[in-house]
Ligand binder design. Structure first.
Ligand code: RUB
Length: 320
């Protein structure tokens, strides 16, 4: 059987699943890129077949990881190309490629805006704590550093996959002072911290933020000492699905990420849970830094409505 998609498309899907490509923003951009590659290398000659093919590629990509809503949002953005009035294969192919490019461009611009707005939340001399590896959070820190603010950053290791190493390297490369800490030390370290800034995988309509496991414990520790807790995120991580009552699915990853295979084998009755994300309630969040401005978490539903429109209710139901 011959493969439906070019090898590169499967490669991107696998790299997202295996976390070689990771972080909600990067996953979204990679998915848009994959749809573009799929469109470019479509070999058939039929418009309807092309539409099915692109939707199949969309399904492959969104099935890779469940939690970050940036993934289905990016894919929907590109699939809009098929809803517009495209009557020929050539037009449909071009529309998909254009939509993919526009998403990637939007994502890059959004990060620059987030850096520009978020930078103002950090003051000269601040000690900042961040968790996991978020490009949005890092761009804020780096922008403040470039503006000449002297910062010190605590980066959590982020067990079990140690994304804190990536964060530390990125910040060191930009000349920012970094101290790596285990996340279990956060309640001890928080007394030295002026601001917490993290990224998001999904923002729910009620303003709750889903991010790397451990984020909500950090928020709790920050709340206890009234330390400002910011979330930096593009609006394509806001979930339109939560506005109509859907729950954000939390990804559980394999036990082998937590313990060695030998230990697992020698304790067959030991159960291991490895949730990859948790939920931070809105009242623990000072502000959400987006490319549209810095909003209180309670305004999340307004952003969702602005981006995706209100859920449609037929006039019949409304009785008008
Ligand atoms: C990554 C993670 C990041 C967000 C935001 O989890 O939780 O904080 O995705 O990142 P994982 P960004 O490593 O499991 O993908 O701001 O880069 O989108």
């Amino acid at each position: 059987e011959t493969a439906l998609f070019p090898q590169q498309v499967y490669q991107i899907a696998n790299d997202i699943r295996d976390m070689k490509i990771r972080g909600a923003g990067r996953i979204a951009k990679a998915a848009a890129e994959a749809l573009k590659i799929a469109a470019e290398s479509y070999k058939g000659e039929d418009l309807e077949d092309f539409k099915r093919y692109i939707k199949e590629a969309a399904k492959l990509l969104t099935s890779t990881r469940p939690t970050a809503v940036s993934l289905p949002n990016a894919v929907s953005w590109v699939l809009k190309a098929l809803n517009t009035n495209v009557n020929t294969l050539q037009a449909a192919r071009e529309a998909v490629i254009n939509q993919a490019n526009s998403f990637i461009q939007y994502a890059d611009q959004a990060l620059r805006k987030i850096a520009e707005y978020g930078e103002k939340m950090l003051r000269d001399g601040d000690t900042v704590l961040t968790h996991c590896n978020s490009l949005a959070a890092i761009s804020v820190i780096v922008e403040a550093h470039k503006k000449g603010k002297k910062l010190h950053v605590f980066a959590t290791e982020t067990r079990p996959m140690y994304q804190g190493y990536i964060t530390s390297e990125m910040l060191l490369k930009e000349g920012v002072n970094v101290t790596l800490i285990p996340e279990s030390s956060v309640r001890q370290i928080i007394r030295k911290v002026d601001r917490v800034i993290v990224g998001a995988d999904t923002v729910a309509a009620n303003g709750a933020v889903v991010n790397k496991i451990g984020t909500s414990l950090i928020a709790l520790a920050a709340h206890e000492r009234a330390v400002d807790f910011f979330v930096a995120t593009e609006t394509f991580k806001f979930s339109p699905y939560t506005l109509i009552g859907d729950i954000v699915p939390i990804e559980f990853r394999p036990p082998s990420e937590i313990v060695g295979v030998d230990f697992l084998k020698s304790h067959p009755n030991l159960r291991i849970l490895n949730p990859a994300f948790d939920v931070t309630p809105p009242n623990y969040i000072t502000g959400i830094i987006t490319e549209l401005g810095i909003i209180p978490p309670k305004a999340a539903a307004i952003i969702i409505e602005e981006m995706y429109g209100r859920p449609v209710i037929s006039s019949e139901i409304l009785g008008r």
